[in-house]
Design a protein around this ligand. Structure first.
Ligand SMILES: Cc1cc2nc3c(=O)[nH]c(=O)nc-3n(C[C@H](O)[C@H](O)[C@H](O)COP(=O)(O)OP(=O)(O)OC[C@H]3O[C@@H](n4cnc5c(N)ncnc54)[C@H](O)[C@@H]3O)c2cc1C
Length: 549
C-alpha cells in the first residue's frame, strides 16, 4: 500500500460521512481522517442554493439518478431513484423537510436489535445536538438550540410566508379528524404538523459546510471500489481502500458511509456479502455475510394533481401574484399530515399477509402509518411523466406509506464499481402496504373533495392521461392502478446493511475488524420520518461511539 497511514478513512462524504468526519475530528483533533467522495464539491453550485433548485437537481450531474428493477406493484415499471452525488450527499439535493418520526420508531429499533442504547431516550441527545431549533420556547428536553443545522417552520421563516390555502387546509384536515399538533418533532407526530425545514433564510445548508471539516483531509471525485481486508493470523481486518482507478490508500480503520444504495455495493466488492453473489461475480470471499443488501426499505409515494377552483386568487406556484420572496424560502406547503388507521382498516390485510392482527406492532397506539403533504405546486408531475402546468392552476398531494412491511434488496450487476447497483425496493409487495396506500389516498380525497373547505379549493382531480379521476367511490382496484401508474420513491432508501444483521450495535461490520457502516443503510426498520434528521443524529451518535470504543 502506498502513501502515509491514516487513522480513519470514511468512504462517502454524504450526510453521514461529512457529519461523522467533522465530529470525529472535533473529538480527537490528532486523528488523521480522510473523507473520500465520488461526487464533486458543490459549494457555490447554482443547483444547491434555493429550495426550488432541488427540483432542477433531478437527473443533473449531482444526482446518481438510479432506476429500480421493474416493480410488480408498479405494472413492472422501473422507478426513478435519486441520490445526491456530491460532497454533502443527500443534503446537496434534498427537499429540506425536517421530521424526526415517533418515539415508537426508535423504541422499535432498540427492540429489533435488542439493545436499549438505540431507544428514543438514547437518541435524544444526538437529535438535539444536530439542531438549532427555531422555537426558543420549545421543550429543551426535546430540542437543541446550538447545533450545526438550523431549522425553521413555515411561519418562523418569515412573517410574510403566508400561503393563502393554509387555514382552509387546516380546517379541512380537522374535519376528517386530523388535528394540529403543536410540535411534530418531539416524538409524537400523529396529527397535522406545521412543516419544518432546514432551509436557512431560504438557503440550503450543506452537511459539509454546516459541519466544520477544517482539519479533515477531503478527496472528491474519487470513487471507492472496495475496502481492502487483510488476514492477520485468521483475523480479518480492514487495512484501507482501493479506488476505482486502482489507487490504494491504507488506514487503521475504514467507515463506509456510501448511502443505502452503494454501501452494500462497496461491501460486496470487498468480498463481504452472500457467498453465492460473490461467487457469481468472481469476487474472492472475505466474509460470508448473507444479509448484505437484504432488508432494503423505502417510502413509496403517490402524487395526485388537483386543478384549483380559483387560480386567479394566487394560490399556487406560477401565479404572477407570488412576488414576495418569502414564498420561496422553502417548499410551497404548510402542513404534514401524519395518520394512523384503526384495526378495522388493517386487520384483514395483516391476516392476508399471514400474521396475527392481535398484538401486531403496526397496531400499537403510537405507530404512524401514512404521511400526506399538500404542496402548492404540481409536485411530482415531471417524475411521473405528466405534463401538469406550473402556472398557478394546480396543486399536488403526495401520500407516503411510512411504515411499510415490504422488504427489498440491493445487489450488484457486476464487479465494476462504476456500474449502478441493482435496486429492488419491492414496493407494495404486502397487503398491508397496499392497504395503507389506499387509506392514505382515500383520506386525501376526503379532505379535498369531501369537505366544504376542500371543495372551495379544488375544482377536480387532474388524473394522469388515460386514467379516470379518483373519487370516494373509486374501487381498491382503481386506486391500485393509479399507484402502479405514478408510485415512486420519496427518496428514503435505507436498511441495506442493517443493524443486527450486517453491523452490530456499535456499527461494526460483523466478521471484519476495523470496519464500520454509518449511514441510512443501518436502519433495521423503516422510520416514520424523512431521513435526514435521523442520519445527522446517527452520525453524531456514531462519532461518540467510535471515539469511545
Ligand atoms: C431528491 C431527494 C430528496 C430528499 N428530500 C429529503 C427531505 O426533504 N427531507 C429529508 O429528511 N430527507 C430527504 N431526502 C433523504 C436524505 O437526503 C437521505 O436520507 C440522506 O441523504 C441519507 O444520508 P446518507 O449519509 O445515508 O447517504 P447520502 O447522503 O446519500 O451520502 C452517501 C454519499 O456517498 C457517496 N458515495 C456513494 N458511493 C461511493 C463510492 N463508491 N465512493 C465514494 N463515494 C461514494 C455519494 O456520492 C454520497 O455523497 C431526500 C433525498 C433525495 C435524494
Amino acid at each position: 500500500m502506498a502513501t502515509s497511514l491514516r487513522d480513519i478513512i470514511i468512504t462517502g462524504g454524504g450526510i453521514a460521512g461529512s457529519t461523522l468526519a467533522a465530529r470525529l475530528h472535533q473529538n480527537d483533533p490528532s486523528l488523521k481522517i480522510l473523507l473520500v467522495e465520488a461526487g464533486k464539491n458543490v459549494t457555490g453550485n447554482p443547483l444547491t442554493s434555493n429550495p426550488l433548485d432541488a427540483f432542477a437537481a433531478h437527473f443533473s450531474d449531482i444526482d446518481w439518478a438510479y432506476s429500480t428493477i421493474p416493480q410488480a406493484a408498479l405494472n413492472d415499471r422501473s422507478a426513478y431513484a435519486a441520490a445526491g452525488k456530491a460532497l454533502s450527499g443527500g443534503s446537496a439535493t434534498n427537499y429540506g423537510t425536517w421530521t424526526r418520526g415517533s418515539v415508537a420508531d426508535y423504541n422499535a429499533w432498540a427492540k429489533k436489535v435488542d439493545d436499549s442504547s438505540w431507544d428514543y431516550a438514547s437518541w435524544l441527545p444526538y437529535l438535539r445536538k444536530t439542531e438549532t431549533h427555531f422555537d426558543k420556547s420549545a421543550d429543551p428536553l426535546q430540542h437543541g438550540f446550538d447545533g450545526p443545522i438550523h431549522t425553521e417552520s413555515v411561519t418562523s421563516s418569515s412573517a410574510n410566508r403566508k400561503y393563502p390555502l393554509r387555514d382552509l387546509l387546516r380546517s379541512a384536515w380537522a374535519k376528517i379528524g386530523v388535528r394540529q399538533v403543536q410540535d411534530m418533532n418531539s416524538g409524537n407526530p400523529i396529527g397535522l404538523g406545521e412543516l419544518v425545514e432546514n432551509w436557512r433564510e431560504g438557503k440550503r445548508q450543506l452537511a459539509s459546510e454546516a459541519y466544520n471539516l477544517d482539519g479533515v483531509e477531503i478527496m472528491t471525485e474519487a470513487l471507492v471500489k472496495r475496502v481492502v481486508v487483510e488476514n492477520e493470523n485468521g483475523t480479518k481486518r480492514a487495512a484501507g481502500i482501493e479506488l476505482a482507478n486502482g489507487t490504494m490508500i491504507s488506514s487503521k480503520e475504514v467507515i463506509v458511509s456510501a448511502g443505502a444504495y452503494r454501501t452494500p455495493q462497496v461491501l460486496l466488492l470487498s468480498g463481504i456479502g452472500p457467498e453465492a453473489v460473490l461467487a457469481k461475480h468472481d469476487i474472492p470471499v472475505v466474509h460470508d455475510s448473507p444479509q448484505v443488501g437484504k432488508n432494503f426499505h423505502d417510502h413509496l409515494a403517490v402524487c395526485q394533481w388537483w386543478k384549483l377552483l380559483h387560480p386567479e386568487k394566487g394560490l399556487a406556484i406560477g401565479t404572477p401574484l407570488w412576488t414576495d420572496p418569502a414564498y420561496f424560502m422553502g417548499l410551497p406547503a404548510d402542513w404534514v399530515a401524519t395518520q394512523q388507521y384503526s384495526v378495522d382498516h388493517l386487520k384483514k390485510a395483516i391476516e392476508a399477509d399471514g400474521e396475527k392482527a392481535e398484538g401486531h406492532s403496526l397496531l400499537a397506539s403510537d405507530v404512524a402509518h401514512t404521511e400526506t403533504l399538500i404542496a402548492y405546486a404540481p409536485a411530482g408531475a415531471r417524475i411521473a411523466g405528466e405534463d401538469v402546468p406550473t402556472d398557478g392552476t394546480h396543486i399536488a398531494s403526495a401520500v407516503l406509506v411510512m411504515s411499510p412491511t415490504s422488504r427489498g434488496s440491493i445487489t450488484i450487476a457486476n464487479a465494476d464499481p462504476a456500474t449502478s447497483p441493482v435496486i429492488d425496493p419491492n414496493y407494495s409487495a404486502t397487503n398491508v402496504d397496499q392497504q395503507l396506500m389506499r387509506l392514505g389516498i382515500r383520506s386525501v380525497i376526503d379532505v379535498l373533495q369531501g369537505t366544504e373547505e376542500g371543495q372551495q379549493i379544488v375544482e377536480s382531480e387532474r388524473a394522469p392521461n388515460g386514467f379516470k379521476m379518483l373519487t370516494k367511490n373509486s374501487t381498491d382496484i382503481e386506486i391500485d392502478e393509479r399507484v402502479a401508474r405514478v408510485g415512486n420513491t420519496f427518496y428514503h432508501a435505507a436498511g441495506s446493511a442493517a443493524m443486527g444483521k450486517v453491523v452490530d450495535t456499535n456499527l461494526k461490520v460483523m466478521g471484519v475488524e476495523g470496519l464500520r457502516v454509518v449511514d441510512a443503510s443501518v436502519f433495521p426498520i423503516p422510520m416514520t420520518a424523512h431521513y435526514q434528521a435521523i442520519v445527522y443524529a446517527l452520525a453524531e451518535k456514531a462519532a461518540d461511539l467510535i471515539t469511545k470504543t
